[in-house]
Design a protein around this ligand. Sequence first.
Ligand SMILES: C[C@H](N)C(=O)N[C@H](CCC(=O)O)C(=O)O
Ligand SMILES: [Mg+2]
Length: 364
Amino acid sequence: MKITDIRLGMLTIPLKTPFKTALRTVQQIEDVVVMIETDTGHIGYGEAPATAVITGDIHGSIIDAIKSVLKPKLVGQQIADLNHIIRLIQGAIMKNYSAKAAVEMAVYDLFAQLYQAPLYKMLGGGVPKITTDITISVDYIDKMVADSLSAIDRGFETLKVKVGKDIGVDIERVKAIYAAVAGKALIRLDANQGWTAKEAVYALRKLEDAGVRLELVEQPVKAYDLDGLKYITERVHTPVMADESSFGPREVIELIKMRAADIINIKLMKTGGIANAIKIADICSFYDMQCMIGCMLEGSISVAAAVHVAVAKSDVITKIDLDGPSLCAFDPVSSSVSFNDADITIGNAPGLGITAIDGLKMLP
Ligand SMILES: C[C@H](N)C(=O)N[C@H](CCC(=O)O)C(=O)O
Ligand SMILES: [Mg+2]
């Protein structure tokens, strides 16, 4: 199975409700879709969102990196030479993690199709069923409480509550949501870099003293502020998770050495794809550190790839934040991964099992 062409398209999917974090407000998903074609007629699929505020990637840079840099290196390569292709992708260009992730997952899709197995089986197997949390966007307190209760009605048992806008209001937000959902759902917070280290310690201690039990707090401080992350980790009981501070294996090793965080959030758009995600999971497993697998605001092709990784690495990936498809008004992609709100299952089709994408606009 030899790569003959790489084609690109754009997929736009409206959200059920605007997605609001300390970093940005988004009304719809707009992702670059990658289709790698082969001489056998198989197609491998990948996808990348443009999360400029986190990865620095925009649609133009993703498209150009794939067309001008990655495609010329990949056309003509044999899919059976997976490790060689991964090295070509990862070594072709600095950063550009979203472009690398989209192309690399399409190669993994083809590799699993070559051996006619679902991707998670090629990654080591596992039980093809996971449970995700759902994001509660940062908003007025009453709206966040109502959104939390409606998520529980939909069957979600873990809420990822966005904060990081204003420390005083954030404390009130979390107290109000906790009062409404305690005993019915677990709460994890994500400040998306919105607090200072001192604010985070102040807020978390206030919440802890008020009896609010949080599963974890994600990325309280700026991505570059590893000392700040460590300062918080040492001073609060609530476990601290690194998200924007940890991209690839090198950052994770640094965080572990510094003891700056308790948990790592792995995202394919930060690691540059599946190979580095697996490396991070293995590093964390070696150091007895737990991981979450998360997603950006992205569609079900790339989230499906993350689901396969989550299943294969479930020994160490104990927390799941793969709610991108659940936040969408509808899913235009037919694949062997079923997203039923909190419950995500993988069927038996080879690779990612993608059979149709409605509304895909091909790029020239
Ligand atoms: C969608 C997911 N639950 C999530 O919250 N991801 C964010 C970043 C999403 C974005 O801005 O596209 C995160 O964990 O920080
Ligand atoms: Mg986060």
